[in-house]
Design a binder for this molecule. Structure first.
Ligand code: ARG
Length: 462
């Protein structure tokens, strides 16, 4: 047996160890304003049910107002001994109202339905904050696309030159992904607009309280939960929120990776603004893409928050288990990370200098117009199988002579195939290749203009 952990001392040591393990005030204190809002709503339904007189309700609301003020200015804070934000605020109320009145608020509610409700309220507020920051980024990217509406760049697959595309088309592809993330946040909010308050510990309340009134009071547009066990035990709203924030992180990291590559000497597609990049402590020539790298790095952390949370939830029996206290830190962290990352990222993208000459110089390189030869032949009635072969022969001929496709002579074209008349040159320039892809969603300036209009309309209602 360890020294000092005898029968009597063990109680003390055990109590302290448990309190230390159990305490969550250091991370759930941010739920305090929501807890107080929940208490106000709860006091009103207690009154409605005849369990608080009008006078008691008034004094209760006044006590909650004073507590809220003291929380806001830091006069009142939770301690390790309080365990969590809910018990701490209950202590605060008892101190302000006395045990007689203060002790009445606990009737008909449990920390289990409280925390499930307040957590939804907190995340719904932050979904709106993150949605707003996302819209700022989408606007910056739309601005970047509009400011370079006619710039061509090499489009890539497998990171190899594939076909020329408009830079605006490429940038808007990222905007499309972010629009879906914004839509996910809105749809998630719709699913989360249901209040568990009134579920009690798990079985509901016998006191005739009105959960629908609490839900309306707390801004839950879809009323209260239909099942008190589910209301207290469900955390899929947290997991889904963690997924959406992880997805946003992943989408940012894909943009970030491209900015990092574009910013290299070898690519030289973009230059980062001084205010949104960092120098090196020893190499004066360096301009490091730290914001993009941090975005890439933080996406890993956001994914970790999601997987950690799912692991916590896996195989938990109904209803509430203390494991669920582990649900908050990961998504609080996801909110915190995105809320500092997004503004910096938006600034980086909004201030990017694009080197159009460099992009346009490389747009036709790497035989990226070979597909245009094949499609030109198809438009003239040549079967695609043959057209593909002929275009391949053109590439081989160029490789043999170390030239580009538009440098092939009329004689060389004719020798490859009689179908290759000199008119083929019409598609061997980048503007022609771009303009030909004018179908919906294509990279032609006309199609990209349509896309830009749609994206802007979508952003306006977001
Ligand atoms: N702080 C806890 C949580 O976040 C809620 C407390 C519920 N505790 C309990 N013993 N029922 O999950």
């Amino acid at each position: 047996e360890h020294a000092g952990v005898g029968a009597g001392a063990g109680d003390v040591v055990g109590g302290q160890a448990l309190a230390k393990l159990s305490a969550s005030v250091h991370f759930d204190w941010r739920l305090a304003p929501y807890d107080i809002a929940g208490s106000r709503a709860h006091a009103r339904v207690l009154h409605k049910a005849g369990l608080l007189t009008a006078d008691e309700l008034e004094r209760m609301l006044d006590g909650l107002d004073r507590l809220e003020k003291d929380v806001a200015d830091g006069t009142f804070t939770g301690t390790v001994a309080d365990e969590d934000v809910h018990t701490a605020l209950e202590r605060g109320l008892l101190e302000r109202l006395g045990p007689e009145l203060g002790g009445k608020l606990r009737a008909g509610r449990s920390r289990n339905d409280q925390v499930a409700t307040l957590f939804r309220m907190y995340l719904r507020d932050h979904a709106r904050i993150i949605g707003g920051l996302l819209a700022d980024l989408q606007e910056a990217l739309v601005g970047l696309a509009e400011a370079h509406a006619d710039v061509a760049m090499p489009g890539r697959t497998h990171l190899q030159h594939a076909q020329p595309v408009l830079f605006a088309h490429h940038v808007l592809a990222h905007v499309q992904a972010l629009s879906r993330d914004a839509e996910r946040l809105r749809q998630w909010d719709g699913r989360t607009a249901v209040s568990p308050y009134g579920s009690g510990a798990l079985a509901g309340s016998s006191l005739g309280l009105d959960p629908e009134a609490v839900a309306a009071d707390l801004g839950f547009e879809r009323g209260s939960v239909g099942n008190s066990i589910d209301g207290t035990a469900a955390r899929d709203f947290v997991a889904e929120f963690a997924f959406i924030t992880a997805m946003i992180g992943v989408d940012l990291s894909r943009i970030a990776e491209e900015v990092i590559i574009w910013n290299t000497k070898e690519f030289s597609f973009v230059t980062l603004h001084d205010a949104f990049s960092t120098g090196s402590s020893i190499m004066p020539q360096k301009k490091n893409p730290d914001i993009a790298e941090l975005a890439r790095g933080k996406s890993g952390r956001l994914i970790g928050n999601l997987t950690g949370l799912l692991a916590t939830l896996k195989a938990l029996p109904l209803a509430y288990n203390r494991d669920l206290q582990e649900d908050k830190e990961p998504v609080f962290d996801s909110c915190d990370q995105l809320e500092v990352l997004l503004p910096a990222f938006t600034g980086m993208m909004a201030t990017l200098t694009v080197h159009r000459e460099r992009m346009e110089e490389l747009a036709p390189a790497g035989f990226s117009l070979a597909t245009d030869i094949a499609e030109w032949l198809v438009r003239r009635g040549v079967p695609f199988r043959v057209a593909h072969e002929v275009a391949g022969e053109c590439v081989k001929e160029c490789e043999r002579h170390g030239i580009e496709l538009d440098e092939l002579t009329d004689a060389q074209f004719a020798a490859i195939s009689p179908h290759l008349t000199p008119e083929v040159r019409g598609v061997l320039d980048v503007p022609g290749a771009l303009a030909s892809r004018s179908g919906r969603g294509g990279t032609a300036p006309s199609a990209v203009a349509v896309q830009l209009t749609e994206v802007k309309a979508d952003l306006a209602v977001q």
